[in-house]
Design a protein. Structure first.
Length: 90
């Protein structure tokens, strides 16, 4: 099943949308009356970890930042990154 949602709904209901995606629902996100991207579940058997290792995404800096992010989430702290800052951190 595919649903249309506005960008505002995605921003305000990310958790609910994620939960629906986990149940198999796909979404087409609309901005200013134009579809701009799709959110859909990944195949259950998809194993992308080897691809990420091959591209050196799992380097020590990335793993350290992931552990820090998990700790921040657990402690109720959230860091905000721009897309550029996030990409540069990898």
């Amino acid at each position: 099943m595919t649903k249309l949602i506005g960008i505002k709904e995605l921003q305000t209901n990310t958790k609910g949308i994620r939960e629906q995606v986990e149940k198999g629902v796909s979404f087409i996100v609309v901005y200013r009356s134009r579809p701009i991207f799709e959110i859909k579940p990944l195949p259950v058997d998809m194993d992308f970890h080897e691809d990420l290792k091959a591209e050196n995404v799992y380097n020590s800096t990335f793993l350290a930042r992931m552990k820090e992010a998990q700790s921040d989430i657990k402690n109720g702290k959230v860091k905000k990154y721009t897309t550029k800052e996030f990409i540069n951190s990898l």
